[in-house]
Design a protein around this ligand. Structure first.
Ligand code: AHM
Ligand code: MG
Length: 345
């Protein structure tokens, strides 16, 4: 069968996982069900996002401030509630953690519990919502610890390398799911006419080197010398291209990262040495950096905090932040070299 015909015949996420169950230790029946619950949540969010321009009640702020000290958008809140509601009732999770909520979210006593814990950012890049610009959802799944009490904090304070699955939904010109269970990275596109995510990008590989750098350069006056030197490198004639990279910054990490997965390149959110609130950058280790790092590595890319591998960091707090340099392997290696005071090879 040709690839084009195969796509038209369609492979759903559940079918894809079932095919993999023999090969991937993480892909148990329970786990397949968990992914299916997540995709249903994403379809509901995608539906709301697509209507956002038409229905004024979807846009704007709720008036609340979240645990990160940021103003909560109505769609942030909706996405958070959809995932919590669906995940708590799935019977597959032992506990949850969301970027929007301070502590561990427990599964109520009257509901069954399962073998996994999930960390998610319900709507990443939400400053873009009201302008109809791409946003995303990020998730990260761990097997629960074999402790007597279900849902303790230490179920979440883990190394990124312990993840059994990670993925993101991109609400862009089409809605996509990109995920890994440790056997490569696979992309699915939501076909609205059938209401299913269908396999569209099997075994995604990020180019070894790219030609795009993505960073909020307005922060450069707050960066330290090595960080500025790193970004200057990508703007110089010393790159592998012999000319500067192109700059692209959407301000939605999922969208910036996904573009770099397709074309190659590097996304950076460095530490901000002069603002104590951003001393470790802006991005959260557990719900943003670690899952994206798992995906990047599975696609042949890399992710560091400027010193070492993101997946080798053990979280010390639920909402811990980390600097992030992620994308094409050689671009990330170059950035890491310069951050450590060496000229790239
Ligand atoms: P959010 O989860 O509150 O939306 O914050 C994360 C987002 C990333 O998606 C994006 O790359 C970054 O924040 C943009 O931040 P800034 O506006 O500081 O460049
Ligand atoms: Mg986010």
């Amino acid at each position: 069968m040709t690839d084009a015909l195969q796509y038209r015949m369609g492979t759903t996420i559940t079918e894809h996982l079932l095919q993999c169950e023999g090969e991937c230790p993480a892909a148990t029946g329970q786990f397949t069900q968990l992914l299916s619950e997540l995709t249903t949540g994403a379809k509901l969010i995608s539906r709301e996002i697509n209507k956002a321009g038409l229905l004024a009640y979807i846009l704007g702020l709720t008036g609340d401030t979240n645990v990160q000290g940021e103003q909560v958008k109505k769609l942030d809140d909706f996405a958070d509630q959809v995932f919590i509601w669906r995940m708590q009732r799935s019977g597959l999770l032992c506990a949850l953690s969301s970027e929007e909520n301070e502590g561990v979210i427990q599964v109520p006593d009257n509901l069954p519990r399962g073998n996994y814990v999930i960390v998610f950012d319900p709507l990443d890049g939400s400053s873009n919502i009201d302008a109809n610009v791409s946003i995303g959802t990020i998730f990260s799944i761990y097997r629960r610890l074999e402790t007597e009490v279900c849902g303790t904090l230490d179920n979440f304070l883990r190394y990124g390398s312990e993840q059994v699955a990670a993925g993101y939904f991109l609400y862009g010109s089409s809605t996509m799911l990109v995920y890994t269970v440790g056997n490569g990275v696979h992309g699915f596109t939501l076909d609205p006419s059938v209401g299913e995510f269908l396999l569209s990008h099997p075994y995604i590989k990020i180019p070894e080197r790219g030609g795009i750098y993505s960073v909020n350069e307005a922060n450069s006056m707050y960066w330290d010398e090595p960080t500025n030197a790193t970004i200057e490198y990508f703007k110089s004639g010393r790159t592998h291209l012999g000319k500067p990279y192109t700059s692209r910054y959407i301000g939605s990490m999922v969208a910036d990262f996904h573009r770099n997965m397709m074309y190659g390149g590097i996304y950076m959110y460095p530490a901000d040495r002069k603002d104590p609130a951003k001393a470790n950058g802006k991005l959260r280790l557990l719900c943003e950096a670690a899952p994206m790092a798992f995906i990047a590595e599975q696609a042949g890319g890399a992710a560091t905090d400027g010193k070492g591998r993101i997946l080798d960091i053990k979280a010390k707090a639920l909402h811990e932040r980390t600097p992030l340099f992620i994308g094409s392997r050689k671009d990330v290696e170059d950035a890491t070299s310069i951050m450590q005071g060496h000229e790239p090879e």
